[in-house]
Design a protein around this ligand. Sequence first.
Ligand code: SAM
Length: 199
Amino acid sequence: MSGIAVRPRSSDTQKAGFGLFVRRWAANPLQMGSVVPSSRALGRRIAALVERSGDEVVVELGAGTGAVSRALLDGGVPPDRLVVVEIVPDMARHLARTLPGVTVIEGDAFALSDALPAALHGRIGTAICGIPLVLLPTEQQQRFVAAVEAVAPGRGFLLYSYCVTSPLPWRTLGLTARREAWTPLNFPPASVWRYRPTG
Ligand SMILES: C[S@@+](CC[C@H](N)C(=O)[O-])C[C@H]1O[C@@H](n2cnc3c(N)ncnc32)[C@H](O)[C@@H]1O
């Protein structure tokens, strides 16, 4: 048996990812939050905002088809320092197949301390959220904030969103909020928000 790893062509990966995304959107629109995968332009904006030092990792929550993950790799995050968490098994398998060297976890971002290996707790430089938190009630948003805080104390997270104003009620959630980037080159146009705990 040959030891050569065959990496899927990027156009094949995009086509497969697009089809999968649309199927998942039809099955559960609230879980997906968007009709189409994120654009390269949005991925580049997010990659430029990553903070990471030493042996810290970047954790992407709700990685979907991996469009943002690929931008993070292109932006300089080494594959062995990128961890992606995805709740839908089909999508997690797609991510594992198309992102060689990246740690892919099929799991629930709201139970992050169980999903992430203990060795990564406290070693997260940046957490990025693709989950459509704006569609969830405040109690669930609070659960998400607490889940990130449990594994990345004080770091907060980046959240991309199609809202014009903050997608989270940041004061109620005990966060500071800053819109760090915006791109009209995404469908729909998207902003990247950075939230940090106030405490
Ligand atoms: C807006 S889509 C991500 C888009 C992604 N950037 C792309 O281009 O494919 C949101 C993703 O979050 C995932 N998701 C939703 N709830 C989740 C949860 N509790 N834990 C992990 N992933 C979740 C969905 O399955 C979906 O893949």
